[in-house]
Ligand binder design. Structure first.
Ligand code: SF4
Ligand code: SF4
Length: 712
């Protein structure tokens, strides 16, 4: 960039007077309608700008790659710059003191800090600007670290020139900044949690314990998620249901939790503090006792007796049992469901009415029940929509869904679980025999750069495969387990010790990615082929059963949900946190938080910890009772507005409306709804919409400063 500019030196000569200033004269920003009243303590809109520039060394992060003194000397030559300084760490308290003191002593009207990214320290420097006596929005940041010193660390001259560009551009904008005033809105004393796996349940319980009315929405008829399908948990070997069921019961009993199972969020409107959420409650076809009571059926409603189940003639595979056990069209997934309420699968039900007869006087069954749309208002929301297993049949070389004795890890969980389809007896699906040689294939679809699987590590498959190896030693005398692995990642508390324990129990570890698996058509035994990369020899291992530790991927509903809540996702499709280290539970949508594995693979302890973090973060605005909205609203210049209304339809947040004013139709912005995305401003054919803090003259000044700037 800097090189390009040097070549354009003719333009530099033209710039006798600062182009910024010329542009400012030509096209002054209109005073924002939203916040015109109060002037900042030390500035007025007609004043000659006096900008202070503060250049940060960031230790050697910046100073090690560019010439701070040269940037400082250059900044002194820029129009409107009244003061320049540098400091080792401007974000430190003494560094901020430098800003505050300069504002007071130099009578500055705006500040520029050339340092890291606004995402990291904009709030810090805004606060310093405010404490120095200026409106905090009189601050502009020049990123000379992430976008400069870190990427040009071997080009000191180029990095220095680029830093000068960044400072010049920031000064051009700072010279035109105006006072802005955040809007304060009240916060609804209620929260929404979407997803009732272990993370969602934990978040809901914590919010409820904090005295907050919490709506817990789950798409399945019961809560509990994947954890309720597990037999044991690693490394403690707790019975999964034993530790989960009390939590499920607590959720069902909590007076502050309104549990909405078999329900989905259909629409979300509004903003932090005031989300209007529409929820579709799918028809269970079975009335709760409260619903029966409301219909005047005294003592009626479903009590979970199961009388209806036996006569139902429709048989379907039970998803909870990974299809290895049947269920009826009227069903509960497993005996511990919460709430204990039967559900009719209307896609399969033939409406024969036999269940109605069996249900008798309880009159719980309503075959004509329809979905219901419920509207709720909440202040904040926690998304805990979990994960799905990668469809491992896509890796055709391993024979899943082709060879009967190749199963996934979740199928293995149900097979080994006492409440599962085989009452905890591990058997081969092909013949019901107890396997004596079991192969566990780790990284099945994870760390896979073929374009078919997932490039990331699924994080918990190493550990549950070790647990599976332990479980078969516990249940099958004389069994031999083989773990085919790339690396064993036992990073958690007591995980490494668990790994040693499984080695001591006799598990054999073979380091190598499994190339393919073939079936002996007569015995249905499987041959696992790989290269042992430690012993440097090919392996052909004959086993009775293969368990694939399938990769995990974002749950099916992730994309729809993220669009509803305006949350971004990573390249892999996981929901994206606001900052991976400093704000791991937040999102870029204020008031929306993430819990559990919806943001990436997490084991149970990490999922629960993140849920506690998300619940805590979600409760803060609710307990404060009000929140400040950044004043980056769109503003309508009514004289220019033709009232065409095209922006109204474009706004993704429904923040715009046409209104009648003084006999004209003009656009009006609902500030609290506007997210400042700029869609409307970019579109308006008449240029009637400007954005606070990103007003047209400010942007034009920046572009001019870039194009007409250069060495001065
Ligand atoms: S009406 Fe539907 S749910 Fe009831 S018994 Fe018949 S098929 Fe089963
Ligand atoms: S900037 Fe415009 S399009 Fe974007 S939210 Fe605000 S009003 Fe809507």
């Amino acid at each position: 960039m800097a090189e390009k500019k040097k070549a354009g030196s003719k333009k530099m000569e033209v710039k006798k007077e600062a182009p910024v200033k010329q542009e400012a004269k030509k096209q002054a920003a209109p005073a924002p309608k939203q916040a015109p009243a109060k002037a900042a303590p030390t500035t007025g809109s007609k004043e000659q700008p006096r900008i202070g520039v503060f250049i940060c060394h960031c230790g050697t992060n910046i100073a090690g790659s560019l010439d701070i003194t040269a940037v400082q000397d250059y900044a002194k030559t820029l129009p409107n710059v009244a003061y320049v300084d540098n400091y080792k760490y401007v974000c430190s308290m003494p560094g901020q003191e430098v800003i505050m003191k300069a504002i007071r002593e130099q009578k500055l009207t705006g500040t520029v800090v050339a340092a890291c990214s606004p995402r990291l320290h904009e709030p810090t420097f805004r606060t310093a600007t405010k404490e120095g006596g200026l409106n905090p929005f009189r601050f502009e940041m020049a990123n000379i670290r992430e976008q400069n010193s870190w990427v040009h660390m071997h080009d000191r001259e180029g990095a220095t020139a680029k830093a000068k560009d960044a400072v010049r551009i920031a000064v051009a904008k700072a010279s035109l900044l105006q006072d802005l005033f955040p809007k304060t809105v009240p916060v609804e004393h209620a929260a929404l949690v979407v997803g009732a796996g272990v993370a969602g349940m934990q978040a809901a319980l914590d919010l409820s314990a904090a005295g907050i009315k919490t709506y817990l929405v789950e798409s399945k008829p019961t809560i509990g998620g994947k954890m309720s399908q597990l037999d044991k948990t690693f490394p403690t070997l707790d019975c999964s249901q034993c530790i989960l069921t009390p939590k499920m019961v607590d959720v069902g009993r909590s007076p502050n939790i309104e549990l909405m199972t078999y329900s989905e969020v259909e629409a979300v409107e509004g903003y932090i503090g005031n989300f209007d959420v529409t929820i579709r409650k799918k028809a269970h076809g079975v009335l709760t006792m409260a619903e029966a009571d409301a219909r005047g059926i005294v003592g009626g409603g479903c009590n979970g007796c199961g009388d209806c189940e036996a006569p139902c003639p429709v048989i379907k595979p039970n998803d909870f049992e990974m299809g290895m056990k049947p269920r009826k069209a009227i069903y509960i997934s497993h005996p511990q469901v919460v709430p204990l309420l039967y559900t009719i699968d209307f896609d399969s039900c033939i409406k024969c009415g036999l269940c109605i007869t069996a249900c008798g006087e309880k009159k719980a069954i309503d075959l004509e029940q329809k979905d219901e749309l419920v509207k709720i208002k909440v202040g904040t929301a926690v998304l805990a929509i979990g994960y799905d297993l990668f469809p491992i049949e896509k890796k055709t070389e391993w024979g899943y869904k082709k060879f009967e004795n190749v199963v996934t890890s979740l199928e293995f969980e149900r097979l080994i679980c006492a409440s599962g389809p085989t009452s905890g007896h591990l058997v081969r699906p092909s013949d019901g025999e107890t396997p004596k040689r079991v192969a566990f294939v780790l990284c099945a679809g994870s760390r896979d750069n073929t374009g078919i699987g997932k490039p990331y590590c699924s994080r918990f498959c190493c550990m549950y495969s070790l647990k599976h190896a332990h479980q078969i030693y516990e249940k099958i005398p004389g069994v031999q387990s083989y773990l085919f692995y790339m690396d064993i990642r036992s990073f958690g508390k007591m995980y490494e010790e668990f790994y040693y324990r499984i080695q001591d129990e006799g598990a054999k570890f073979i380091r190598g990615r499994v190339a393919n698996i073939l079936e002996d058509p007569v015995t249905k035994n499987l041959h696992v082929y790989t290269d042992d990369t430690l012993l440097n020899r090919p392996v052909d291992m004959e086993v009775d059963l293969v368990v694939l530790a399938a990769a995990v991927q974002p749950s099916e509903d992730t994309n729809r949900t993220r669009k509803l809540f305006g949350v971004s996702c990573s390249m892999d499709g996981w929901l994206l946190e606001a900052h991976p280290k400093l704000n791991p539970c937040g999102t870029t949508t204020a008031g929306v938080f993430l819990a559990g594995a919806c943001q990436g693979p997490k084991d149970i302890p990490d999922a629960v910890a993140s849920a506690e973090g998300a619940a805590s973060a979600a409760s803060i605005p609710i307990h404060k009772g009000e929140v400040e909205l950044e004043p980056y609203f769109a503003m309508c210049i009514e004289e220019k507005c033709a009232g065409c209304g095209m922006c109204v339809n474009l706004c993704p947040y429904s923040a715009l409306a046409l209104v009648e004013k003084d006999g004209r139709t003009v656009m009006e912005v609902t500030e609290a709804k506007c997210k400042g995305c700029g869609t409307c401003g970019g579109f308006c054919p008449g240029g009637a919409i400007w954005m606070n803090h990103f007003a047209t003259p400010q942007i034009v000044a920046q572009i001019d400063a870039f194009l007409l700037g250069g060495e001065q």
